[in-house]
Design a protein around this ligand. Structure first.
Ligand code: A3P
Length: 322
């Protein structure tokens, strides 16, 4: 339920008009605002979110670049934090796509200038965003606030591949007329919603080094390698560590299994239906292949080479390797 709606006022329209240049990306125009590329509606929602959101200590913010494993991180965090509220075989995840259990802030809750009544959400509130670190409202970033941020990053070659397939599956781009050269070029220039990608991950990477109690930096590939350790790491970071009894009872593995790609993909709630967020997206389109290295089926070796070099250069001496 919403308490108020901020109309697309003249001020916002004027602001977006003024931003130059604008570039066509997947059926819409993006413009650069303070170093980040936005669609008009996402920028409006972002500004409303920044203005109205008040973090509380128990809040958990899940941050990702689109197609980095957001759905997985939502399922895992929801299950870890709520494990005492229901057993794994009665999990709400069995009946709801994870995006309903952990809503997006700027894509959904603050969409169209809506001001949601999030004070009535049960605590801890688990909320998701694709915004870069420096765009988060000051009440989240404020060091006196104890809310936690988990960032999940993924290899950019696989992210680019996943984005392309997601847009295709949801009819945002059409395959016969589509050449990947243009979207690839834009991606390399950092021109895509929430881009540039390298700035996005570096922002959270630096924050996690400066304040490891507040920001946990994870990689999709590490979750794929060892999900049980990752589940324990997330739980410990959030202040919900598994007890020896829980571990002995196999709860870590149960949660990992519940949230596994194979399990979630085959549930009716994820096979059917559509999510109406920034645009309509089939629930099934959030579960495609979940493989590391699927980019080989989309990118030529020279494209891959270029992207790898670009990221090495951009990440420089940060210590972050993707
Ligand atoms: P692919 O397109 O490579 O298959 P997001 O959730 O951020 O939109 O990212 C979607 C990507 O995560 C897709 O990658 C999807 O298949 C993968 N994914 C979804 N659920 C997953 C899960 N439970 N475990 C591992 N990967 C998952």
């Amino acid at each position: 339920s919403s308490t108020e709606v901020e109309q697309k006022d003249d001020h916002f329209e004027e602001l977006f008009q003024r931003l130059q240049p604008k570039k066509p990306v997947a059926g819409g125009l993006v413009a650069n605002y303070q170093g980040v590329w936005f669609y008009a509606d996402l920028l409006q929602a972002t500004l409303t979110f920044q203005k109205h959101f008040k973090a509380i200590d128990s809040d958990i913010i899940l941050a990702t670049m689109p197609k980095s494993g957001t759905t997985w991180l939502k399922a895992l965090t929801f299950s870890i934090v709520n494990r005492n509220n229901h057993s794994v075989d009665e999990s709400p995840l069995l009946f709801s796509n994870p995006h309903y259990l952990v809503p997006f802030l700027e894509i959904y809750l603050y969409k169209d200038g809506n001001i949601p009544d999030i004070d009535s959400m049960p605590c801890p509130r688990i909320l998701a965003t694709h915004l870069p670190y420096q765009f988060l409202p000051s009440s989240i970033l404020d060091c006196s606030n104890n809310c936690r941020i988990i960032y999940l990053c993924r290899n950019p070659l696989d992210v680019f591949t996943s984005v392309l397939q997601f847009l295709l599956q949801n009819g945002r781009i059409s395959s016969p007329s589509m050449s990947i050269d243009v979207p690839f070029e834009r991606f390399c220039q950092g021109i895509h919603p929430y881009g540039p990608f390298w700035d996005h991950c570096l922002g959270y990477w630096d924050a996690s080094l400066k304040n490891p109690q507040k920001v946990l930096f994870l990689k999709y590939e590490d979750l794929k390698k060892d999900i049980n350790s990752s589940v324990k790491k997330i739980a410990g970071f959030l202040g919900y560590p598994f007890s020896a009894e829980e571990e002995e009872a196999g709860l870590v593995e149960e949660i990992a299994m519940l949230c596994s790609f194979e399990n979630l993909k085959n549930l009716d709630c994820n096979k059917e239906g559509e999510l109406h967020a920034a645009f309509r997206a089939k629930h099934s389109s959030f579960f495609r292949k979940a493989e590391v290295g699927d980019w080989v089926n989309v990118l030529t070796p020279s494209m891959a080479n270029r992207l790898e070099k670009l990221f090495q250069e951009k990440l420089g001496e940060s210590g972050l390797a993707l």
